[in-house]
Design a protein around this ligand. Structure first.
Ligand SMILES: Nc1ncnc2c1ncn2[C@@H]1O[C@H](COP(=O)(O)OP(=O)(O)OP(=O)(O)O)[C@@H](O)[C@H]1O
Length: 234
């Protein structure tokens, strides 16, 4: 598959007092368009840092990140703001919903920052929230709240869905439902979906697994026969 995302010799160094710390150390990998990718590794391996660099929330110390032919490491602040707003959908462990807005309003709010969006009703239907659209976040379960954050992320029709521990706050059955939904975003809608997780078993469902350790790529595993998330033996 032609590479859609490319990390080339990417380094990210943080200064801690007088010391320097390489959170991401000379990383190379590629991801194809529409792939369902899992990033695994122990705590502190650099998973979130990689996701933040790819999402334009953090900048590299050196190296290049190409997304759909665009070098995001040479973007101006303005271009990076546009990239974050239009090209990337973020899903985090905590849902970051606005408690005083309904489900529908939480999603439709994205229109304030992005001109071209999908149809809000279709998006709510695609994540199974049609019946909840006039409820407030506190009236929803954790899994339903995470669906709202997925709806909000895909409403702007992003090229990429970046998910950092999206099931970290959910029980395992609800987690499987959410991961299935994210897999559908890749399989049915053709979106490129990248999930950072501690749950190594999700590798069976991924097209590609990127294993990180101590800021380096330890291994990239290509899976020729990824299985549906709900068939993984959790
Ligand atoms: N803004 C920062 N300033 C200094 N150090 C940082 C910063 N962000 C991350 N680090 C350090 O970089 C390393 C990698 O962090 P990162 O959050 O990417 O790891 P992770 O693999 O996502 O870990 P976890 O699974 O625990 O979330 C850690 O040692 C962390 O302390």
């Amino acid at each position: 598959m032609k590479s859609y995302i490319e990390f080339k010799k990417v380094n990210k160094e943080y200064k801690l007092g007088k010391n320097r710390f390489l959170a991401v150390n000379n990383i190379d990998f590629t991801i194809g368009k529409g792939e369902f990718v899992v990033v695994l590794g122990p705590s502190g391996a650099g998973k979130s840092t990689v996701l933040n660099l790819l999402g334009g929330m953090d900048t590299v110390t050196s190296g290049t990140i190409l997304v759909d032919g665009k070098d995001i490491t040479s973007c101006s602040d303005r271009e990076l703001t546009d990239y974050r707003a239009t090209d990337v959908g973020f899903i985090f462990q905590f849902y970051n919903l606005i408690p005083s807005l309904t489900v529908r309003e939480n999603v439709a709010l994205v229109k304030e920052i992005v001109k071209s969006t999908l149809d809000v009703e279709s998006v709510l239907e695609s994540v199974g929230l049609n019946d909840h659209r006039f409820q407030f976040p506190t009236q929803l379960s954790g899994g339903e709240q995470q669906r709202v954050s997925i709806a909000r992320a895909i409403f702007k029709n992003p090229k990429l869905l970046l998910c950092d521990e999206p099931t970290g706050a959910l029980d395992s059955d609800t987690g499987v439902v959410i991961l299935s939904l994210l897999q559908d975003m890749s399989r049915i809608e053709g979106r490129t979906v990248i999930i950072v997780t501690h749950n190594a078993i999700l590798a069976e469902a991924a097209d590609k697994v990127i294993k990180l350790k101590n800021g380096k790529v330890q291994e990239v595993i290509f899976n020729n026969n990824p299985i549906p998330v709900n068939e993984v033996n959790w």
